[in-house]
Design a binder for this molecule. Structure first.
Ligand SMILES: *Cc1c(COP(=O)(O)O)cnc(C)c1O
Length: 389
């Protein structure tokens, strides 16, 4: 029996080799608990890397979003706007707070939040006297949203922005780090992200005072007293010192990881870019995407194969590919939530969902492995053309 070729993952973890040294140091000093010197250092190093005043390390990107909402005073009865084309973790914390999400469509240039849909939604909300407490803007697959436009609209309505940069650490927009634009920015170090602590997250801000409050809330909101005293409900959201050690070693190689993922993207463009029916996710001028995932859209009639067909064929070769995120306004869990499309005639996030897929993009993807992916796509489309001829 033929053995299956080695599995190619969408975005596996990629350790640098130095993580063990940091972990060993945590063990040698017995700093195994949450908090400790690696956590402090990781926070400082990350804040300095992205150019914010401060950063607070937490247990996940989701926890970071939840804390940002708490810091902005989001509570039951409030609404929060959120990009629709994203992973469900962007919006779940809105519901944790008992607030109501309102979803905003994407635009074509970045696949991220449509400024015109956002403006329409804010105008309507203002008329109803129900402005959102926050807007969560997602930077999909490493590509920054149109932050200048979004910030100027939100500033006009005095609504603070939370930048969900879980996928865009290492990217820049107009020369500044993605994730550093909103009142709060959040990053994720989940196993599939561009750098990983196996699980973890960070909240960044120029409001250092409020990040102290985030640290307080993340450690069960324990008041400053010798006995255990609490006047607010808190969480157990802090990052462990062991995992922060992994994060420090990973941060050292972030720029290499961005280079590697961009090279993977370039090679896909060189080999598949001329095929009729394939289009690549664009890159906004003046921005630099970390190309966390190479995402394409396909025209099934031109290419001769559908998104599902292509994903199935790749799966037969033991290659993992995924559709683009299912927009949150289409998710059963958010049934009935308000949604603002890009325009009366354009529903960009749905269009991207029906035609988009993500290709294996790991920074440790070898050339041979990538050739397997490329060959499979080329063969699939040639075969389907022969069959239909
Ligand atoms: C991964 C991800 C998150 C959540 O991060 P976790 O660390 O897994 O909780 C949030 N938003 C987006 C867009 C993500 O991709």
């Amino acid at each position: 029996m033929l053995s299956k070729p080695k599995r190619i993952y969408l975005s596996p973890p990629h350790m640098s080799g130095n993580e063990g040294l940091f972990i060993q140091e945590a063990f040698d000093t017995n700093w195994i608990a949450p908090l400790g010197p690696h956590v402090d250092a990781f926070e400082k190093e990350l804040a300095s890397h992205v150019g914010t005043k401060d950063a607070a390390a937490v247990s996940s990107g989701t926890a970071a979003i939840h804390l940002a909402l708490r810091l902005l005073g989001v509570e039951a009865g409030d609404t929060v706007f959120c990009s629709s084309l994203t992973f469900v973790a962007s919006a779940n914390p809105i519901v944790y707070q008992g607030a109501t999400p309102v979803f905003i469509d994407s635009e074509w240039d970045t696949w991220n939040m449509s400024p015109q849909a956002l403006e329409r939604a804010l105008c309507e909300a203002k008329q109803k006297g129900q402005l959102p407490k926050a807007v969560i803007v997602v930077n999909l697959y490493g590509q920054s949203a149109k932050m200048d436009e979004i910030l100027s609209i939100c500033n006009a309505f005095l609504v603070p922005v939370i930048e969900d940069a879980a996928e865009s650490l290492g990217s820049t927009y107009k020369g500044r780090a993605s994730g550093s634009f909103g009142r709060y920015g959040i990053y994720s170090f989940n196993g599939n992200k561009i750098i990983s602590t196996s699980g973890g997250g960070m909240i960044v801000s120029n409001d250092a005072e409020s990040l102290n409050k985030a640290r307080f809330l993340a450690t069960q909101a324990r008041d400053n007293a010798v006995h255990y005293q609490h006047s607010q409900v808190g969480y157990n959201y802090r990052m462990s010192n062991v995992l922060a050690g992994i994060g420090r070693a990973q941060l050292e190689v972030l720029e290499e990881r961005v280079e590697a993922r961009r090279a993977v993207y370039e090679r896909y463009v060189q080999t598949l870019g001329d095929m009729p029916g394939i289009q690549f996710m664009p890159e906004l001028p003046n921005s630099r995407s970390n190309r966390w995932l190479t995402a394409i859209t396909i025209d099934a009639t031109q290419l001769g194969i559908t998104v599902e067909g292509l994903i199935d064929l790749l799966a037969e070769e033991n290659i993992e590919a995924r559709p683009v995120w299912k927009p949150l306004h289409l998710q059963p869990v958010f049934k009935g939530a308000a949604y603002y499309p890009h325009s009366e005639h354009e529903n960009v996030s749905e269009q991207l969902f029906y035609t988009g897929l993500c290709l294996p993009s790991g920074s440790n993807l070898t050339e041979d492995e990538q050739t397997r992916v490329i060959t499979c796509i080329q063969k699939a489309t040639v075969q389907s053309k022969i069959i239909s001829a």
